[in-house]
Write a protein that binds this ligand. Structure first.
Ligand code: CA
Ligand code: CA
Ligand code: CA
Length: 390
């Protein structure tokens, strides 16, 4: 006769109030035996019948987040029932740990302190630490002024719940007080570069765009910005910026800034592009000049900075490009050859023919040729200045 109900013994998990599990699948192990020696008995775990071969109980149970009781029930052939179980605590969710300030976790600064503010939450929050030391919080809100030293500063904030789930935020704050250092290399395409008394000049055919490439070899991560929307480049090592030259003076300034915001002293890059041969302008030179005078004041203008030769001999040119000289005239046709060379070596020439008539001969126009020439030159110079005004 079967007089005793089945006996339930749970060996795993152990019911300890502060033992938390980090998984929702719990393996229940134990023994269910029937001292009454029924031919058979049945076992249920959380209402689901399970096999207990040889009385050995081993079953995986899905439990909810938080505290749950796993119920084990048994019934023998004689109708005796018994129940047992175990209470388990499950927390599978790591703390929600957020850094509100600073806004970025990795950045550069020149500051001596950075304010840390953040928030942590977990239904079973355990500890909160900063670099391994306790970090106090009020209802999950924490604040701390972080001291920042030259170089890299690493701050690890770690929140752990009672089950051992961990959330970590790492701040890498680099303090940098040194502006970027750099060396500069220049290259030109579509033309040729010249150094004239320390000033940069470039020349070309005028048909091909002349382009300058500057390579900044920087000592650290740097952002290089060229003025006038000519480009921006950021990075380490060699940083290239290229831009087209316009005829005349090109002035481009470059700002170099490191990641902490330190600025190198700005580079002002100047280069003058000259692809134009020096134009020689002598009023009245487009036709044969006739005069009865024995001398002629030869006046005109050439590109500033050019050298000028008159029939092979150097002729002084003023800083503004004007020139003037008195020439002797022979009877009949006098040919004057003006040859100009500008600063970049471009050349041009102008031939002037003056016909000196005898005193008795008719000469066209009224007044002296020199007066006519002077008038023409004045109007020409006015026009020229207007045209070149910048
Ligand atoms: Ca948790
Ligand atoms: Ca720096
Ligand atoms: Ca020129």
């Amino acid at each position: 006769m079967d007089a005793a109900p089945p006996a339930i013994v749970v060996s795993e998990p152990v019911d300890i109030w502060d033992l938390w599990h980090t998984t929702s699948t719990i393996t229940v192990r134990g023994n269910v035996t029937d001292p009454g020696l029924s031919e058979w008995y049945k076992v249920w775990v959380n209402g689901v019948e399970v096999e207990v071969p040889g009385g050995v109980l081993e079953v995986a149970v899905e439990v909810d987040e938080g505290e749950s009781h796993i119920v084990i029930e048994a019934e023998d052939q004689a109708g005796h029932t018994s129940s047992g179980g175990v209470t388990v605590r499950v927390d599978t969710i790591a703390p929600d740990l957020r850094v509100i300030t600073p806004a970025e976790e990795t950045f550069f600064t020149t500051e001596i302190k950075v304010d840390l503010q953040g928030e942590v939450s977990d239904v079973n929050l355990g500890s909160l630490t900063l670099n391994g030391q306790p970090l106090s919080h009020v209802q999950g809100i924490f604040t701390r002024a972080l001291n920042i030293y030259e170089g890299e500063n690493v701050f690890e904030i770690e929140a752990t719940d009672v089950a051992g789930n961990v959330a970590t935020r790492t701040l890498v704050i680099t303090k940098d007080l040194t502006p970027p250092q750099y060396t500069l290399e220049e290259a030109i395409s579509g033309g040729e570069m010249l150094d004239l008394d320390g000033e940069r000049y470039a020349t070309g055919s005028g048909d091909v765009t002349v382009r300058i490439s500057l390579t900044f070899s920087v000592s650290e991560h740097t952002t290089v910005t060229a003025s006038g929307g000519r480009g921006q480049v950021a990075g380490t090592g060699d940083l290239d910026i290229s831009f087209d030259l316009e005829e005349g003076e090109n002035t481009v300034s470059f700002d170099l800034v490191d990641e902490a915001g330190n600025e190198a002293s700005p580079l002002v890059y100047r280069i003058t592009l000259d692809t134009t041969a020096p134009e020689i302008l002598v009023p009245g030179s487009d036709e044969v000049i006739t005069t009865k005078d024995r001398t002629l004041i030869l006046m005109g203008r050439v590109e500033a900075g050019s050298t000028l030769k008159l029939n092979g001999d150097p002729l002084r040119v003023n800083a503004d490009g004007t020139f003037s000289t008195q020439v002797d005239l022979s009877k009949g046709e006098n040919v004057f050859l003006l040859e100009a060379e500008d600063q970049v070596g471009l050349t041009s020439s102008l031939e002037l023919v003056v016909d000196r008539k005898d005193k008795g001969e008719e000469s066209p126009g009224s007044g002296s040729f020199a007066a006519m020439l002077a008038m023409a030159l004045i109007s020409y110079v006015v026009l020229w200045s207007r045209g070149r005004k910048t």
